[in-house]
Design a protein around this ligand. Structure first.
Ligand code: AMP
Ligand code: ZN
Length: 466
């Protein structure tokens, strides 16, 4: 597979360290409010990347954080703290806000068929790890203490701008107009690892540390969580383009200083979805959420379809007109697919021909728009029979996740599970316990939990999202 690697600024062949354990880290949401559909475009494209890698034979192990503490809008400790702002707005505690909006985000993911990552870690659950991380940086001479805070000293690095090619634009972003310059910093671009002093007297969540009672800076969580859950070498790190600088740049600085070697080989950054005003906002204008789309009568998957029809490295402008056209096209596509009948035997040549084309498109920097066009071509092709078409579309939908095929009839699913239970009983009879376990585990992955009783084996269906 080839995709654009921000680190090398090239579309490159992806070579993981281990295809059976491709490590992927995703910057999660700051849970101070609902996610807007811009945020969700990024998560849709990360979902496509994960599913595409799995489709072509990798096994992705994906970790995501939930930012529930101290995400400042800048590196100066004068930026606003989004979590406190959210709590004040709703007259709730920071933890109440965090747990409510984490649930909302989970629901949005479910509505948009975004797979929930294998491991999801709230930032507040790993404070001891951040402290240990900062202690190592301190012992290696990468930090200084000023005005009550621990800073990372970027002047100790030769190649701080590895991700962004040190240009003026990025520097401007680091010190935005709305943010006062932090006088404690030795260099403008230094960043805080641990705060004990800040303008937020109202900071609710504080922890003891060797530097005093305080809270972590806003980059350390991703570095620590990634190292703890995915090890010293990371294959892919993802986040929206705004994360490149300073967040990801600072993650690389501190993590590679901590490790003493290169950390992550591939950086994946989907472009933004903007509204007509040019920037998607959670405060001004119409706050575009999945719930709002639903209230207006749209199917959330029409939004997914809309995102997949444009390339992830191009900015996309959202309008309800665009969404309406996408919904029309999407509904027509569903109707065409669902009027197919499962007749004939699978034509393996045609299956491979189309499947290879599909793989070619997703391998080409995730060209999902071409992958969708391929479905239209397939539908038009009279030489391919209904059964083959449906099998192909069912297969492509493992990546696209557009619910292209109507859910199986309950009885079909029941028959399938019963045949698997028979297979497992036979395996047990033949003392092939490895096979019996394999069948159980495979069913579990599909959300089908086998229950052994004295009367025999039954099953229950588990929701993918608990
Ligand atoms: P946040 O909740 O602000 O931490 O952002 C969650 C994710 O959404 C991050 O990966 C951001 O880079 C991404 N993001 C923020 N704004 C947009 C946008 N307008 N379009 C696409 N992705 C975005
Ligand atoms: Zn992050």
């Amino acid at each position: 597979m080839r995709f654009y690697n921000t680190l090398t600024r090239k579309t490159e062949e992806f070579i993981p360290r281990d295809r059976d354990n491709v490590t992927m880290y995703t910057c999660g949401p700051t849970v101070y409010h609902y996610a807007h559909i811009g945020n969700l475009r990024t998560y849709i494209m990360e979902d496509i990347l994960e599913k595409s890698l799995n489709y072509i034979g990798n096994k992705v192990n994906r970790v995501m954080n939930i930012t529930d503490v101290g995400h400042l809008s800048s590196d100066a400790d004068t930026g606003e703290d989004k979590m406190i702002k959210g709590a004040q707005r709703e007259h709730k505690s920071v933890m109440e806000i965090a747990s409510y909006y984490t649930e909302c985000f989970k629901n949005d993911c479910k509505e948009l068929n975004i797979k929930w990552p294998d491991t999801v870690i709230p930032a507040t659950s790993m404070i001891d790890d951040y402290i240990e991380f900062i202690k190592v940086l301190e012992s290696k001479g990468y930090t200084y203490f000023a005005g009550g805070n621990v800073y990372f000293d970027t002047s100790k690095l030769d190649n701080y701008y590895v991700l962004t090619n040190n240009d003026e634009e990025n520097l401007k972003e680091a010190v935005r107009d709305d943010v006062l310059v932090d006088k404690n910093k030795k260099n403008k671009i230094d960043f805080v690892l641990w705060f004990t002093k800040s303008k937020f007297d109202s900071q609710e969540l504080k922890w003891d540390s060797p530097w005093g009672v305080g809270y972590p800076g806003w980059h350390i969580e991703c570095s620590s969580i990634s190292l703890k859950c995915l090890g010293e070498y990371l294959d892919i790190h993802c986040g929206g383009v705004d994360n490149k600088f300073p967040h990801h740049t600072n993650e690389i600085a501190q993590t590679e200083s901590y490790l003493g070697h290169k950390w992550c080989n591939y950086w994946f950054h989907p472009e933004h979805l903007n509204d007509a005003s040019g920037k998607m906002s959670k405060s001004k204008g119409e706050f575009l959420t999945v719930s709002l789309l639903k209230e207006k009568g749209y199917n959330p998957l029409s939004f997914r379809y809309m995102c997949l029809n444009s390339h992830y490295r191009k900015q996309l402008v959202f309008s309800f007109d665009n969404l309406s056209s996408s919904e029309n096209a999407y509904n027509k596509l569903l109707n065409k697919i669902n009027s197919l009948s499962e007749e004939g035997e699978i034509d393996t040549n045609k299956f491979d021909e189309y499947n290879n084309k599909f793989i070619e498109y997703i391998n080409n920097d995730l060209n999902t728009a071409n992958a969708i066009t391929l479905i239209y071509e397939l539908l038009k092709n009279d030489i391919v029979n209904g059964k083959t078409k449906l099998e192909l579309i069912r297969s492509f939908d493992k990546v696209l996740s557009l619910d292209l095929i109507r859910k199986e009839k309950v009885s079909d699913k029941h028959n399938y599970i019963m045949s698997k239970i028979d297979e497992r009983n036979n395996a047990k009879k033949n003392k092939d316990y490895a096979l019996a376990d394999k069948i159980r585990n495979e069913l579990a992955k599909e959300g089908i939990i086998l229950v052994d009783t004295r009367e025999g084996t039954t099953y229950k269906l588990e929701e993918l999202y608990e």
